[in-house]
Write a protein that binds this ligand. Structure first.
Ligand code: GTP
Ligand code: SAM
Ligand code: SF4
Ligand code: SF4
Length: 359
């Protein structure tokens, strides 16, 4: 496995398959590339099926053992089933989606090899959901979660972005996953780095504190050093070791899992980041929040992709703690990165994007 100069092995890749989306969430960072608004029809500059598969085959040689497909909305790609089916067998395949297109496709995706799915759901309230996503699709998302469960994808993780408009729904969402076996909850700190509106953020520390009071068992996940809180349904009377099965792990029929994703201004999170990203146009990048280290993979042979992947890993830096450093209580870009010293150019326009190739 390749490791960067901060000792972080790269075990996973996150591939954005498109920047198109049928929602227009007010907070969307689009995996670092800005706006999802625009035509919904397939676009020429998206990586082809073969491009995606070739990249995955190359990184599998380096021991990368998991891939997450994301976007935009990855289910807008009609070839998603084919991509999943052609992903190297040794890789765990997961998907992050708004869920609306899972009915009718979840079973085929599972047949193709999909192992896990995260579905974005910011509230249990239809009106708030509509305001946040700017789409009237609450029922479609709920149907999507059901379709994933019926297809055997339990536990399904619900992704909830916690910011000023949704924070009030946290207790309800926690109770929802505590009561419903097969669901987990991921509370994602609102990230303003690319989306803007820092005033929407809430203090995620308060959510940690509240959950610590509710939880009957707490764990840490190696990835990002994320905290996981296990919460039992109200009135269950279960606590502590009651929750553990014979294998020492929490029995999910007794408690719901709530994980907090809190990357903002968090050097510890970044110090445990083991992922390289790929944009829908086939650029490698070392960090969600950066677009000054992009390396194109289009028109490339496997040998060149190998080299580009090595370069991307070698140039990865933790965003908080190295790229952004604290000065007088403020986070500022470390001077040495101000001229794009990592070697890449600023994100090129679509017209300059590399053409698709066969290899
Ligand atoms: N800054 C930052 N944010 C991340 C990172 N990983 C996840 N996030 C945030 O969490 C959101 C949801 O992540 P997902 O793609 O659903 O999955 P995940 O939690 O990373 O992965 P799994 O738990 O393994 O499924 C992302 O879109 C980001 O907003 C990361 O490495 N850096
Ligand atoms: C960019 S979306 C792409 C996949 C899919 N369209 C979806 O919504 O699940 C991936 C995840 O990023 C989260 N997200 C988007 N913008 C964010 C932001 N500014 N801060 C934190 N999370 C964000 C979304 O809630 C979603 O769970
Ligand atoms: S559904 Fe996902 S990609 Fe689409 S706007 Fe919302 S967060 Fe962004
Ligand atoms: S370095 Fe930090 S901000 Fe960048 S992708 Fe990793 S965890 Fe996220």
């Amino acid at each position: 496995m390749l490791a960067d100069e901060f000792g972080r092995e790269v075990s996973g890749v996150r591939v954005s398959l498109t920047d198109r989306c049928n929602f227009d969430c007010v907070y969307c960072h689009n995996e670092g590339l800005g706006d999802t608004r625009g035509p919904m029809a397939p676009r020429e500059h998206e990586m082809s099926t073969d491009d995606v598969v070739r990249f995955l085959e190359v990184v599998a040689e380096f021991g990368v053992d998991s891939v997450k497909f994301t976007g935009g909305e990855p289910l807008l790609r009609d070839d998603l089933e084919e991509i999943v089916a052609r992903t190297p067998d040794e890789m765990e395949v997961s998907l992050t989606t708004n869920g609306t297109m899972l009915p009718g496709r979840a079973a085929d995706l599972v047949d193709a090899g999909l192992e896990r799915v995260n579905v974005s759901q910011d509230a249990l309230d239809e009106e708030t959901f509509k305001q946040v996503t700017q789409a009237a699709a609450y029922d479609a998302v709920m149907d999507g979660v059901d379709a994933a469960l019926s297809a055997g994808l339990a536990p399904v993780k619900l992704n909830m972005v916690v910011f000023e408009r949704t924070a009030g729904y946290v207790p309800e969402m926690v109770e929802h996953v505590a009561e419903n076996e097969g669901l987990r909850l991921q509370l994602i700190e609102y990230m303003p780095e690319i989306a803007g509106h820092p005033e929407w953020a809430i203090d995620i520390g308060r959510v940690h504190d509240w959950l610590a009071e509710q939880a009957d068992h707490v764990e840490r996940r190696e990835m990002h050093d994320r905290k996981r809180y296990w919460v039992t349904p109200e009135g269950s009377g279960l606590a502590g070791d009651d929750l553990l099965g014979d294998d020492g792990a929490v029995d999910e029929s007794k408690a719901g899992m709530v994980e907090i994703v809190d990357p903002v201004e968090n050097p510890t999170f970044c110090a445990n980041c083991h992922r390289v990203r790929v944009t829908h146009e086939g650029y490698l990048k070392g960090c969600l929040n950066r677009n000054d280290d992009l390396r194109p993979m289009g028109e490339m042979t496997r040998g060149e992709i190998r080299e580009t992947f090595r370069e991307t890993v070698a140039n990865r830096v933790p965003f908080y703690g190295e790229y952004m450093v604290e000065e007088d209580g403020e986070w500022v870009v470390d001077e040495k990165y101000l001229d794009g010293a990592a070697g890449g150019d600023a994100y090129p326009s679509v017209d300059e994007a590399p053409a698709e190739t066969d290899d």
